[in-house]
Unconditional design. Structure first.
Length: 336
């Protein structure tokens, strides 16, 4: 049995609470969270009050807000009914996404566990978009051969791209995963770092290793890398190759030159998909060198098979302070 909202009496428009009934008390306990912390998070972020009355929750507030909060509670309860847990991030995502609407983007490997909630299946955990921009981005990764994800740090561009690649790899849609970054020096010269070239470059590639390890067991990652079914390499190492039947990600693409970007884009082989991610505000190229990301954005707009998705500070899914930091910098830059 699911959730049922109690039938409102006459003149319901004058009532300032919405009552929701939850048939399973065990799931209701999980919905509320330890010491009602889940309810407290919803109250704080949505500006409502939530009172527990037996197996019911009363949502108190203005009509529009309480209806939205009720929809969030319904979605989270449905998640629990499907056997899934609830974290603070899941609540944040439910609030950002609003009431889910049934939508099934192209691609067999995108699965649904509640209406409208897109889920990527990886070996370690399922991954869900937590904003509408992320949802559209994931849909486009499956619907287009080449996708761009452009926006500030913390918006999930790289993480979702790698998760999509792992999902396609597990599902047999691609035979390998190739992850790359331009090895541009950002304040510290690689030549002065200790070790051989691999040891110099690996720390710069670490975010890509981290993303993979989030979605695949470490031993499996190591084995797949030994078998060359997963590759992580600097952008310069892509020259002269044709990447067929692969899911290819170029991260930090704002630091690729125009020539490097053209070289990388033309590596795309039969049966492959490619994702380009970058942040136009964090270019580390020498002064006067044009970013290949900006150039590709200008040249490829409207090309069939290519999608562009944009993120803003509202899509930041790290600590909420990160979004406020990004917004503060944007205001400062706008003021000159």
């Amino acid at each position: 049995m699911g959730i049922s909202a109690l039938t409102p009496p006459p003149h319901a428009e004058d009532i300032v609470e919405t009552l929701l009934e939850f048939p399973d008390n065990r799931l209701l306990i999980d919905l509320c969270g330890e010491y009602d912390r889940n309810l407290a998070q919803i109250e704080h972020q949505m500006g409502v009050h939530i009172l527990r009355k037996g197996n019911r929750l009363a949502v108190i507030g203005d009509k529009g807000t309480r209806e939205q909060a009720a929809a969030v509670l319904e979605g989270l309860y449905a998640r629990l009914e499907a056997g899934r847990g609830i974290s603070a991030g899941d609540i944040e995502g439910a609030i950002r996404m609003g009431h889910p609407v049934l939508e099934n983007p192209r691609g067999e490997q995108i699965e649904m566990f509640t209406p409208g909630s897109v889920e990527l299946r990886t070996r370690k955990k399922p991954i869900e978009p937590r904003t509408e921009a992320q949802k559209a981005y994931v849909a486009n990764l499956f619907a287009h051969e080449l996708g761009f994800g452009i926006g500030p740090a913390g918006t999930g561009k790289t993480s979702l791209a790698v998760a999509a690649g792992v999902t396609m790899f597990i599902g047999g849609m691609v035979e390998r995963i190739v992850l790359s970054r331009p090895a541009v020096e950002a304040g510290e010269r690689l030549g002065f770092l200790p070790g051989d070239m691999k040891e110099k470059v690996d720390p710069y590639m670490q975010p890509l290793y981290d993303a993979l390890n989030d979605f695949l067991p470490a031993k499996q990652v190591q084995k797949l890398m030994e078998e060359k079914r997963i590759e992580i390499a600097p952008l310069a190492f892509m020259r002269g190759r044709t990447l067929s039947n692969a899911f290819v990600v170029l991260d930090e693409a704002q630091n690729a030159t125009t020539m490097q970007m053209k070289m990388f884009l033309t590596r795309l082989g039969e049966g492959s998909r490619m994702v380009i991610t970058g942040d136009r505000t964090q270019v580390d190229l020498p002064r006067g060198v044009v970013s290949g990301l900006a150039d590709a954005e200008r040249i490829l707009k409207g090309v069939k098979g290519v999608s562009f998705n944009y993120f803003t500070a509202r899509d930041v899914v790290r600590h909420p302070l990160v979004a406020r930091i990004i917004e503060a910098y944007e205001r400062s830059e706008a003021q000159g």
